[in-house]
Design a protein around this ligand. Structure first.
Ligand SMILES: Cc1cc2nc3c(=O)[nH]c(=O)nc-3n(C[C@H](O)[C@H](O)[C@H](O)COP(=O)(O)OP(=O)(O)OC[C@H]3O[C@@H](n4cnc5c(N)ncnc54)[C@H](O)[C@@H]3O)c2cc1C
Ligand code: FES
Ligand code: FES
Length: 1250
C-alpha cells in the first residue's frame, strides 16, 4: 500500500491530494523525516505520497499539511502567505505547494530564489499560472525577485525596453496585494520536532530484517548487507525497491506484479561516499538529491580539471524531475531502471564509470557502458547481485565532459533527447585519443555512437572533424520516421545540435587552456553556448492591481483584491472536495471497464470471473440500464464501441482495489469495424460529421475577391489539449432509503444536468434527486457531459444496491475516458489590398469532435461568432463543422472555440503581412474595428475600448523601441533569435440565449444577524463564492465575515445553468443583488426606524413583525438571440477588449525559449455610469483582476502542459508559452445593451465615479 491511500482512507487525513498517482504533479507532497544513526542527523525531504510504499516508512516521521497548521489551531506562515498572495484558486494543488515550501523552510529558513524555484519545480498548478505561488515563496527569500542590478537606480522589474522606467499609472494601480509586515513571522524554533521515540527506536534497531506480509505481497527490509545478499539469493527475481519511482509506476500503470519486494533500509555499504585515486565512489542507495549535495561540495573543493564529469552530472541533476523525485529516487535505482531517456546514464557511460556489484559469491566490477545499458548478455547484473556503488572517475587534463538535455520545459519534464559526451586529447598535439558520444531518448535504450567515435579517434579538433562527426553520428544513430515518441525531425536535429555545442564548448576550453595553439572562439559562436536563463527569477513580473475609486467606502469590498475565502482552507487542507467526504456506512466503489478498441462490435462479454471475486457486488451493463441507456448520450456501450475509453460496463465492489482487480477480469471479445476515423482529414473525406454545417456570412464575398489586389489560400492546424483539472472526475451517490430519494455529490460545473441525468436514469422525478457541489478542483469545461454520464451510472448502481457508491477516476482513466480541447483544421482564402487591408475572407473550420456530440456544436458556433476577433472584414464567410471520429468526445476547454478560431484568423493576418512586406501589427491596425461597428452577424458593438487598449499597450510596451531593439539583436545573433508580437483581442461575453443566462439566488438572514447566501454558480477556482459574498456585503452593508456560503445545491437553487463561459459571477451576482434588494425593501421600514441598529436588531424586529427574512433573487438573463438560419442575431451582452505584447527569445539550436522580459499591466475601463459591482459582475473579473476566461491573455513562463506519463501517452498539443506579456483589458457593453445596464447603487449614497 502506498502512503497516499493510507493517509486518505485509513487516517482520514484528506489534505494530501491525489492528482496523478505517478509522481508527476506534487499534489500528494508530504515531508518525510528520517534520523540517521550514524551521523545523528535528521534529514527532512519532500516526497510524493503516491509513490511512497507505507512499509518503506518504518522508523520515519511523516508530516502532512494537517500537521503544519490549521484554522482550528494556528496557521503556519506558509499557509497564511500562499492564501494572502492569491496563490490558490481551485486550491487542489495548494496542500502540495504548502508542503514543498514548508520542507524547503525546514531545511533553509531563508532560502534563495533558486532554492525556491527548485523546491516548487515538482508541483503543478492548473489555475494560478504559478506567479502568485512564487510570490508567496519569495516573501521568505533573502532577496527580492529582481536581479539586484539596479542600473540608473531603476529596478529591473519596473523598467521597460532599454531599461526605460515604466510609464506612470497615475496612482490607479498598486503593485501590492498584502502588507508583508502583517505576516506571521517564520520562527524555526516553533516547528514540530522529530519524535524522540523514533530516535530511540533507531538506536534500538533490531539487527534482523523487518518483514511485512500482506495478502499478496511480502516486503523484506534487510538491515545489513549480509541480510540483503541473503534475501537477494533467496528471491533473485524480487526487485530492490529504493525510491520506488520506477518500480512503483511500473506496478501501477503497467500491471507488473512482484510477490516479494526487498527494500534495503539504512545499509551503510549502500550509502558510502569515498574518494580514491580512481575517482569518487558513491553508494547506490544515495538519493539523487544527496548525490547532488555531494557533488556540489566536491566541485567547490577540487580543481575544475578533475571535476568535468561531476559538473556535468550536477547540471543534469538540476533539471531531473522535481525535488520530490530527486529526494526519493536512488542513484542505483536510476542506473538500473535503464530508462531510455535517463538523464544520467548517457553521461555516466560517457564518463567511464564503473559499477561495484556483489552477491553472496563475492564482489566484482562491471563497466557502466552501452552494453550494460542495453542489457547485453554477460554485461549485466546477475539476478542474485545487488549494486553496491558507482565510481565516477576524476577527469584528466585535456579531458572534457559535457551533458545535454532538451525537454518540453526545463524542470519536471522527461527529456526529449539527452546526451553525454567526452573527449580526451593527447597531451602536446591535440589529437583525439578517446571519444564517447551517447544519446538518450532516441531508441529503446541509451545509444552509443561507438563506430563514429572509433573513426574520429586520431583526428584533431576542427570544423572538418565536426562535419564528419555529424555525418557519422546521423548515419549511426538512426531514427526511423515512425520511431515511437514522434518528433523525429526535431530529435534528429538535436543529435547534431548537441554535437555542435560540444564542439564549441571544447574549443572554448582548449583556447582558454592553450591560447597559443587554439584560437579563441569567434564572437558569433559564443551566443550558441549560452543557456537561456530567465533574467529575473523564473519569468516573474511586476504585476499591478487596479485600485478602487478613492471615494469608495473602506467597508465596501467590491473591486478590492479580496483573498479567496477558501484560500486559507485550501492551504491547510481543510477544504473538502468530493473524494474528501468521509465514507458512508457500507459504501461501495465503482470502476469502469472501458473499450480497448476504437471502433468495434462487442461480440461477447464474460463477467463470470470478475463476479466471482471476493468483494464484488455487481457489474452494471447496458442491459441493466435498458431503455434509459440512450437518452441524449449513450451511458454504456451496447453492441459496439466507438472509441478507446468508451464506457462498457461498471464493476461495483466493496473496495477500490477489489473493484479494479475485478475490472481486469472482465473478458470482452471485439470485432473491429470499418471505417476507423481518427483525424479531421479522414472525417472530411468520409463526410463523417456530427451535425449540419454552421455558417456566417456578411458582404458579397465573391464580388470582394474580384476587386482585391491579391489572394492567398492556406491551412492552419491547431492541436488538442488534455483537460488535466487537478481533481479527477469524482462522485458519490447516496440513496436515502426513503421515497427513492438520491443524493449525489459530484465534482461538476452543472449540478442541474447531473440531477436531470440521474433522475431520468432512475426514472424518478427530479424532485427526488439532489445534486450538491461544495467546490471543484478545477474543471475548465471538462466536468459537464461525461461527468453526468458517469454520475448517472454511479447513481444507478447505488439505487440497485441500496448502498452508497463512490466513483473517483484515476488520472489515466480520466484521460482515457474524457475528451479535451477540439483539434481544429482551418482553411482560409483571403483577399487583400497592397496596404494589408483585408476585404474578403473565406474561412472553413473543422473540429475533431470525437465520437459523440457533447458540446462540439456549441464550440463551433462560438468559434464562428468570435472568428473575426478584433477586425472588421467587410466581406466574410465562415463555415464550421464538427467531425465525428473514433476518439473520446471532445468538449469545452478554456475559451470554447475562440482560441482555435482566433488563431486561424491571426495566422491568416501574419501571412497577409508577409505577402505585403508589412509587419503583422501594421496589418492588424489597418483592419481593426473602429468606433461603433457591426459584427458579421449584425450585432452593433462599440469598440472604443479596443483602440484605447491597443494604443496603451503599444505605448507601455514601447513597441517601436522594442521592435528596433529586437531587430538589432537578431541581426547580430545567429543562434539566438527574439520574436516580438502584439495582438488585439475582442472577447464577446454572453451565452447567446436568454434562458441560458438566467440565474437565481437565495439569501437568508438569521435572527443573530448572520446571512447565508446560495446561488447557482459552482466554485471551481474562479472565486465566485467570494464574489457573491462581496455582493451581499455591499448590498446589505454588512461585513463579509457575516455572510456564509455552503456550496451549490439543486435543493436550494433549482434549474441552475452550467457554470462556465466567464459569466458565472456576472449572472449570479445580479441574482444575489436582486435577493438582497428584495430583503432591503422589506426591511426598509424597520431599518429606517432604527438606523443605528445592527442586523441582529433588525432581524429580530422583522421576525417579531412576521416579515420574512428570506428572499429569492432572480436574473432572467441578458437579452440575446442568434438565428443560425439567417446568420444574424445579438448573441452577446458586451465585449471585453484587450491587447497583449510578447517578446520571446529562442535558441535556434535546441528550440528552448524564454521570456525575454517580464512585465505586466491590466487596467480595466468600463462605461459611464457603471459601478464597481457592475464591473465585477459583468466583467467576470477574477480576484486577481484578470478576466475569467483568461485564455487569450494568460501568460506564464511555465506552459500548462503537464509533463507526466499520461500526457505523453495521449500526446496532445498544449497552448503556446507566451513570455514577455503586456495586457490591457477593457469591457464595454454593446451599444444596444448599454441602456439596459443596471443602475448603480452605492454604499452610503456615495456618488460613483463615471
Ligand atoms: C515523475 C517522475 C519524473 C521523472 N523524471 C525524470 C527525468 O526528468 N529524468 C530522468 O532521467 N529520470 C526521471 N525519472 C526517472 C527516475 O529518475 C527513476 O525512476 C529513478 O531514478 C529510479 O530510482 P528509484 O530509487 O526510485 O528506483 P526503484 O524504483 O526503487 O528501483 C528501480 C530498479 O532498480 C533496481 N535497483 C535499485 N537499487 C538497486 C541496487 N542497489 N541493486 C540492484 N538493483 C537495484 C530495482 O530492483 C528496480 O528494478 C522520473 C520518474 C518519475 C516518477
Ligand atoms: S498524486 Fe502524487 S505526484 Fe501526483
Ligand atoms: S489552484 Fe492550483 S490547480 Fe487549482
Amino acid at each position: 500500500m502506498m502512503l497516499l491511500p493510507f493517509l486518505r482512507r485509513n487516517l482520514r487525513l484528506t489534505g494530501t491530494k491525489y492528482g496523478c498517482g505517478g509522481g508527476g504533479c506534487g499534489a500528494c507532497t508530504v515531508m518525510v523525516s528520517r534520523y540517521d544513526r550514524g551521523t545523528r542527523r535528521i534529514r527532512h525531504y519532500p516526497a510524493n505520497a503516491c509513490l511512497t510504499p507505507l512499509c518503506s516508512l518504518h522508523g520515519a516521521a511523516v508530516t502532512t499539511v494537517e500537521g503544519v497548521g490549521s484554522t482550528r489551531t494556528q496557521l503556519h506562515p506558509v499557509q497564511e502567505r500562499i492564501a494572502k498572495s492569491h496563490g490558490t484558486q481551485c486550491g487542489f494543488c495548494t496542500p502540495g505547494m504548502v508542503m514543498s515550501l514548508y520542507t524547503l523552510l525546514r531545511n533553509h529558513p531563508q532560502p534563495t530564489e533558486e532554492q525556491l524555484l527548485e523546491a516548487l519545480a515538482g508541483n503543478l498548478c492548473r489555475c494560478t499560472g504559478y506567479r502568485p505561488i512564487l510570490d508567496a515563496g519569495r516573501t521568505f527569500c533573502k532577496t527580492s525577485g529582481c536581479c539586484q542590478s539596479k542600473e540608473n537606480g531603476v529596478c529591473c522589474l519596473v523598467q521597460g525596453v532599454n531599461r526605460l522606467p515604466e510609464p506612470e499609472e497615475g496612482g490607479q494601480t498598486s503593485p501590492k496585494l498584502f502588507p508583508e509586515e502583517e505576516f506571521l513571522p517564520l520562527d524555526p524554533t516553533q516547528e514540530l520536532i522529530f519524535p524522540p521515540e523514533l530516535m530511540i527506536l533507531a538506536a534500538k534497531q533490531p539487527r534482523s530484517p523487518q518483514v511485512f506480509t500482506g495478502d499478496r505481497m511480502t516486503w523484506i527490509s534487510p538491515l545489513t548487507l549480509k541480510d540483503l545478499l541473503e534475501a537477494k539469493s533467496k528471491f533473485p527475481q524480487a526487485p530492490l525497491v529504493m525510491g520506488n519511482t520506477s518500480v512503483g509506476p511500473e506496478m501501477k500503470f503497467k500491471g507488473v506484479f512482484h510477490p516479494v519486494i526487498i527494500s534495503p533500509d539504512g545499509i551503510e555499504e549502500l550509502s558510502i561516499i569515498k574518494h580514491s585515486c580512481d575517482g569518487l565512489t558513491l553508494g547506490a542507495g544515495l538519493s539523487l538529491a544527496q548525490v547532488q549535495d555531494v557533488l556540489a561540495d566536491v566541485v567547490q573543493r577540487l580543481p575544475e580539471e578533475k571535476t568535468q564529469t561531476f559538473r556535468a552530472v550536477l547540471k543534469q541533476l538540476r533539471m531531473l524531475a522535481g525535488s520530490q523525485i530527486r529526494n526519493m529516487a536512488s542513484l542505483g535505482g536510476h542506473i538500473l531502471s535503464r530508462h531510455p531517456d535517463s538523464d544520467l546514464n548517457p553521461l555516466l557511460a560517457a564518463g567511464s564509470c564503473t559499477l561495484c556489484v556483489q552477491s553472496q559469491e563475492g564482489a566484482r566490477q562491471i563497466p557502466l557502458d552501452e552494453r550494460f545499458l542495453g542489457k547485453s548478455l554477460g554485461m549485466d547484473l546477475r539476478p542474485q547481485e545487488v549494486l553496491l556503488s558507482v565510481t565516477v572517475p576524476y577527469s584528466r587534463k585535456w579531458e572534457f565532459v559535457s551533458a545535454f538535455r532538451q525537454a518540453q520545459r526545463k524542470e519536471n519534464a522527461r527529456a526529449i533527447v539527452n546526451a553525454g559526451m567526452r573527449v580526451f586529447f593527447r597531451d602536446g598535439d591535440g589529437i583525439i585519443t578517446e571519444l564517447s558520444i551517447l544519446y538518450g531518448g532516441v531508441g529503446p535504450a541509451t545509444l552509443c555512437a561507438r563506430e563514429a567515435c572509433r573513426k574520429l579517434v586520431g583526428r584533431s579538433w576542427s570544423e572538418e572533424t565536426l562535419d564528419e562527426a555529424c555525418r557519422l553520428v546521423l548515419g549511426e544513430v538512426t531514427l526511423p520516421g515512425s520511431a515511437p515518441g514522434g518528433r523525429v525531425e526535431f530529435r534528429r536535429t538535436l543529435l547534431v545540435s548537441f554535437l555542435f555545442r560540444f564542439y564549441l564548448q571544447v574549443s572554448q576550453s582548449l583556447s582558454h587552456m592553450d591560447p597559443g595553439r587554439y584560437p579563441s572562439l569567434e564572437g558569433k559562436y559564443e551566443s550558441a553556448l549560452e543557456d537561456l536563463h530567465p533574467r529575473c527569477g523564473h519569468g516573474w513580473g511586476a504585476f499591478r492591481y487596479q485600485r478602487v475609486d478613492p471615494m469608495q467606502l473602506p467597508q465596501d469590498p467590491i473591486g478590492r483584491p479580496i483573498m479567496h475565502l477558501s484560500g486559507v482552507k485550501h492551504a491547510t487542507g481543510e477544504a473538502i472536495y468530493c473524494d474528501d467526504m468521509p465514507a458512508v456506512d457500507q459504501e461501495l466503489f465503482l470502476t469502469f471497464v472501458t473499450s480497448s478498441r476504437a471502433h468495434a462490435a462487442i461480440v461477447s462479454m464474460d463477467l463470470s470471473e470478475a463476479l466471482s471475486l471476493p468483494g464484488v457486488v455487481d457489474i452494471v451493463t447496458a442491459k441493466h440500464l435498458g431503455d434509459v441507456n440512450s437518452s441524449t448520450e449513450t451511458l454504456l456501450a451496447t453492441d459496439k464501441v466507438l472509441c478507446v475509453g468508451h464506457l462498457v460496463c461498471a464493476v461495483i465492489a466493496d473496495s477500490e482495489t477489489r473493484a479494479k482487480q475485478a475490472a481486469e477480469k472482465v473478458r470482452i471479445v471485439y470485432q473491429d469495424l470499418e471505417p476507423l476515423v481518427l483525424t479531421i482529414q479522414e472525417a472530411v473525406q468520409l463526410k463523417s460529421f456530427l451535425e449540419a454545417e454552421r455558417k456566417l456570412e456578411c458582404g458579397d464575398v465573391e464580388e470582394a475577391f474580384r476587386t482585391v489586389d491579391r489572394v492567398l489560400e492556406g491551412e492552419v492546424r491547431v492541436g488538442g489539449q488534455e483537460h488535466f483539472y487537478m481533481e479527477t472526475q469524482s462522485m458519490l451517490a447516496v440513496p436515502k432509503g426513503e421515497d427513492q430519494e438520491m443524493d449525489i455529490y459530484v465534482s461538476t460545473q452543472f449540478p442541474k444536468y447531473i440531477q436531470d441525468m440521474v433522475a431520468s436514469t432512475l426514472k424518478l422525478p427530479a424532485n427526488k434527486v439532489m445534486c450538491h457541489v461544495r467546490r471543484v478542483g478545477g474543471a475548465f469545461g471538462g466536468k459537464v457531459v461525461t461527468t453526468s454520464i458517469m454520475a448517472a451510472i454511479t447513481a444507478f448502481a447505488a439505487h440497485r444496491q441500496g448502498r452508497a457508491v463512490r466513483c473517483v477516476l484515476e488520472r489515466g482513466e480520466d484521460m482515457l475516458i474524457t475528451g479535451g480541447r477540439h483539434p481544429y483544421l482551418g482553411k482560409y482564402k483571403v483577399g487583400f489590398m497592397s496596404n494589408g487591408r483585408i476585404t474578403a475572407l473565406d474561412l472553413e473550420h473543422y473540429s475533431n469532435g470525437g465520437h459523440s456530440l457533447d458540446e462540439s456544436l456549441f464550440a463551433i458556433e462560438m468559434g464562428l461568432l468570435k472568428t473575426e476577433n478584433a477586425y472588421k472584414f467587410p466581406s466574410l464567410r465562415c463555415r464550421g463543422r464538427a467531425c465525428r471520429t473514433n476518439l473520446p468526445s471532445n468538449t469545452a476547454l478554456r475559451g470554447f472555440g475562440f482560441p482555435q478560431a482566433g488563431f486561424i484568423t491571426e495566422s491568416c493576418i501574419v501571412e497577409v503581412a508577409a505577402e505585403c512586406g508589412l509587419s503583422p501589427e501594421e496589418v492588424r491596425e489597418v483592419n481593426m474595428y473602429q468606433g461603433t461597428e457591426q459584427t458579421p452577424y449584425g450585432q452593433e458593438i462599440n469598440t472604443e475600448g479596443l483602440a484605447r487598449c491597443w494604443q496603451e499597450c503599444k505605448a507601455k510596451a514601447s513597441f517601436a523601441l522594442r521592435r528596433a531593439a529586437v531587430d538589432k539583436f537578431n541581426s547580430g545573433s545567429p543562434w539566438k533569435k527574439k520574436g516580438l508580437a502584439m495582438v488585439p483581442l475582442k472577447f464577446p461575453v454572453g451565452v447567446g440565449n436568454v434562458a441560458l443566462g438566467q440565474a437565481s439566488a437565495l439569501v437568508h438572514v438569521y435572527l443573530d444577524g448572520s446571512v447565508l447566501v446560495t446561488h447557482g454558480g459552482v466554485e471551481m477556482g474562479q472565486g465566485v463564492h467570494t464574489k457573491m459574498i462581496q455582493v451581499v456585503s455591499r448590498e446589505l452593508k454588512m461585513p463579509m465575515e457575516n455572510v456564509h456560503l455552503r456550496g451549490t445545491s439543486t435543493e436550494t437553487i433549482p434549474n441552475t445553468n452550467a457554470s462556465g463561459g466567464s459569466v458565472v459571477a456576472d449572472l449570479n451576482g445580479l441574482a444575489v443583488k436582486d435577493a438582497c434588494q428584495t430583503l432591503l425593501k422589506r426591511l426598509e421600514p424597520i431599518i429606517s426606524k432604527n438606523p443605528q441598529g445592527t442586523w441582529k436588531d433588525w432581524a429580530q424586529a422583522a421576525f417579531d413583525r412576521s416579515i420574512s427574512l428570506s428572499a429569492a433573487g432572480y436574473f432572467r438573463g441578458y437579452e440575446s438571440d442568434m438565428d443560425w438560419e439567417k446568420g444574424k442575431g445579438h448573441p452577446f451582452e458586451y465585449c471585453v477588449y484587450g491587447a497583449a505584447c510578447s517578446e520571446v527569445e529562442i535558441d535556434c539550436l535546441t528550440g528552448s525559449h524564454k521570456a525575454a522580459s517580464c512585465w505586466g499591466h491590466t487596467p480595466l475601463f468600463w462605461p459611464r455610469g457603471w459601478t464597481g459591482l457592475d464591473l465585477l459582475g459583468n466583467c467576470g473579473r477574477d480576484k486577481q483582476g484578470s478576466h475569467d476566461s483568461a485564455v487569450p491573455l494568460r501568460s506564464s513562463s511555465h506552459t500548462n502542459c503537464c509533463q507526466n506519463p499520461f500526457t505523453q501517452r495521449k500526446a496532445r498539443t498544449s497552448g503556446q508559452t507566451s513570455s514577455w506579456t503586456l495586457a490591457t483589458l477593457s469591457t464595454q457593453h454593446s451599444t444596444a445593451a448599454r441602456s439596459k445596464a443596471p443602475s448603480s447603487r452605492a454604499w452610503g449614497c456615495t456618488p460613483r465615479r463615471s
